[in-house]
Design a protein around this ligand. Sequence first.
Ligand code: SAM
Ligand code: SF4
Ligand code: SF4
Length: 343
Amino acid sequence: MTAVSALPAVLAGPDRLDRSLRDVRISVTDRCNFRCPYCMPKARFGPGHRFLPRAEALDAREIIRLAGVFASLGATKIRLTGGEPLLRTDLVAIVEGIARLGVPDIALTTNGALLRRWAGRLRDAGLHRVTVSLDSLDPAVFSAMSDSRIGLSEVLDGIAAARDAGLEPIKLNCVVQRGVNEDGLLDLVGFARREGLRLRCIEYMDVGATNGWRLADVVSGEEILERVGRVYPLLEESSAPTAVARTYRFADGAGDLGVITSVSHPFCGDCTRARLSVDGKLYTCLFATSGIDLREPLRSGADDDTLRRIVADRWKRRDDRYSELRGLGIAQGDRIEMSYIGG
Ligand code: SAM
Ligand code: SF4
Ligand code: SF4
């Protein structure tokens, strides 16, 4: 396998909307130790649910190989996600392999429950940053929103371990849902400010087909900023052109707050992101209804150049802009679940 720096500059793109491939999310498992109702509701992901058999999921070497293909096409950021990526016992080996490629930015999104156990080893393997999802500091709300027996203290310990390991800056993701956790928002903001964590509030999205999403349950980024700004005044900061979050600095200098407004203010025009599903399909949008199979060519012996060509050709034809179309009332299709495609 070749390190990124040694590869010729074969870049993918731009796509039909002039967006280059820069950022890849890899779902390493469709399993999870939580059952957040907005993502994997128990009614659909309960004991009867059939997860992907292990042989169908990419193994560590296959993930690393495809990460190398994406990196050689111009991706500079790889985020490992899922499902819950810390359920994969070979995650350290995956991170090690991707780090060896020389990828400049390797990040992990996790629910944090197992982070205490893994933070140090992941840092040693070459992980740069971690994002922990935390929807509430109220133990009862936390339990309802994660729908598991794992307690809030496990996640808080995981965040502390990530800091001790130097996996910084640590981001917190919070999905704000009307009537569910909106009242705890200011507590979470206070916690993030005290602890030096970068809170990102995400508008509740209509991902997948099982969470019963309703527009009425979305708390808009604008409302979030208004509520937070009343207590902790905010100054707008210009976001980098490819950033998905609009970022605001606290006027007193105590860090920043991001809002991810994919429902109220979609950012498809800046979307440079591809997704690799657990079983090796390439998706060019979070709301895609189909992907192209990279596992089959990979397992039947395709070389890196062939894989690069498949990805680059698909990217060139990309015209996804689901969130913008949703805003126009014309989005449709059977969407793939987020745990499979990678949140
Ligand atoms: N299990 C890991 C976690 O929760 O961080 C990684 C996978 S999870 C699918 C990735 C992110 O997607 C999480 O921050 C989660 O809050 C977010 N997410 C899941 N369902 C969502 C939805 N319906 N709307 C907005 N964000 C969602
Ligand atoms: Fe699991 Fe993350 Fe989905 Fe929650 S958001 S069910 S932790 S994959
Ligand atoms: Fe990117 Fe698709 Fe989300 Fe638009 S809807 S920002 S194209 S992932």
